[in-house]
Design a protein. Structure first.
Ligand code: FAD
Length: 290
């Protein structure tokens, strides 16, 4: 399950409610995304540390290179280490403000995630993951280039990758094949697929931003058909179809041997829990006060 740094105390309370719900499902791990902004950064580090220390959830902290010097990056890793976090998802990050804008390396920073993987591994005993892109990263000229540098990040010391969200499982399977063909040793490392249940027509746009691609026409048609002429009145029907789509994707991924599923939760537990329940995972009952 992936969380986002809460922006205020109400959002933080919501995040904790979701975290407590997920604890009952015993996920393999949860992760917290990272934004480069100052105050968000401090809150992110604090909440990520608290998740690691005050819950049973194995917590992975995302770490991005953008807008940071190497000295700052080392210090952030130190903050996480002090909070007992040994698992980092190491990323380059996108230019703040415009993810598709021109990438500028910090004058005393790193250019690519691969360098950050090496840095983190040199700093201590961390478990490191990296990002992978089933349809290629938007800055990669082609899939061969994309696969070559993904393999380089894995060779630099990453133990697994988590994919960008996608809707067509074939893209995930092809990524897996490409990595194995490029480097059979790195091909043995888990590629963890990321998915997000669509719960309304509004979340379609968010899903498209996160996956970097338009929603496949067939899926959009299913959601629009459920919405009919009155999306507001039919929002339960749209949500039901969104959960159904995520369940179908999850089922196929499991059948194809995906190591686990990583859900973008937007800090809500309900939709992810419903998909997991459809997939046969059980939720421990809520303890009853004596
Ligand atoms: P890199 O691996 O550095 O790759 C960037 C581009 O450079 C790619 O096109 C790659 O092929 C190419 N490249 C790599 N090495 C070389 C080389 N040596 N020579 C030439 N080209 C090279 N962003 C955030 O800001 N915060 C988050 O918390 C966050 N979490 C994410 C979680 C997941 C699972 C994913 C998939 C993405 C996440 N992102 C996050 C977005 C990510 O930071 C961006 O997609 C970013 O543009 C790419 O990061 P990267 O680590 O893959 O970069």
């Amino acid at each position: 399950m992936e969380f986002n740094p809460p922006r205020d105390s109400a959002a933080e309370a919501r995040l904790w409610r979701a975290a407590r719900e997920f604890e009952r499902m015993h996920p393999a791990f949860v992760s917290m995304t990272y934004g480069a902004g100052g105050s968000t950064r401090d809150r992110t580090a604090r909440v990520t540390g608290e998740l690691a220390q005050e819950t049973t959830l194995l917590t992975v902290a995302h770490l991005t290179a953008v807008a940071h010097s190497v000295a700052e990056l080392r210090s952030i890793v130190g903050v996480y280490a002090d909070a007992g976090i040994r698992n980092l998802l190491v990323l380059r990050g996108d230019p703040p403000g415009d993810p598709l804008g021109e990438w500028e390396q910090h004058p005393e920073g790193v250019e690519y995630a691969e360098e950050l993987v090496r840095m983190v591994r040199d700093l201590g005993d961390f478990h490191v993951g990296v990002a992978s892109f089933p349809q290629g990263h938007h800055r990669s000229p082609d899939l061969d280039h994309d696969t070559r540098f993904l393999c380089a990040k894995l060779r630099a010391g990453a133990e697994y990758s988590i994919t960008q969200m996608f809707f067509d499982v074939d893209h995930y399977l092809r990524l897996r094949d490409r990595v194995s063909a490029c480097d059979p040793v790195q091909g043995e490392k888990p590629i963890i697929p990321e998915l997000m249940p669509i719960t309304s027509l509004r979340t379609v746009q968010r899903a498209e931003e996160l996956s970097g691609r338009p929603l496949p026409a067939g899926l959009l048609t299913r959601l629009e058909r459920a919405a009919g002429n009155d999306p507001e009145a039919n929002r339960d029907a749209v949500r039901e179809v969104g959960i159904e789509i995520a369940t179908e994707i999850g089922q196929r991924l499991i059948a194809e041997g995906a190591p686990c599923l990583h859900f973008i939760t937007l800090n809500f537990a309900k939709a992810t829990t419903e998909v997991l329940t459809n997939l046969g995972y059980t939720v421990a009952p809520t303890p009853v006060e004596a």
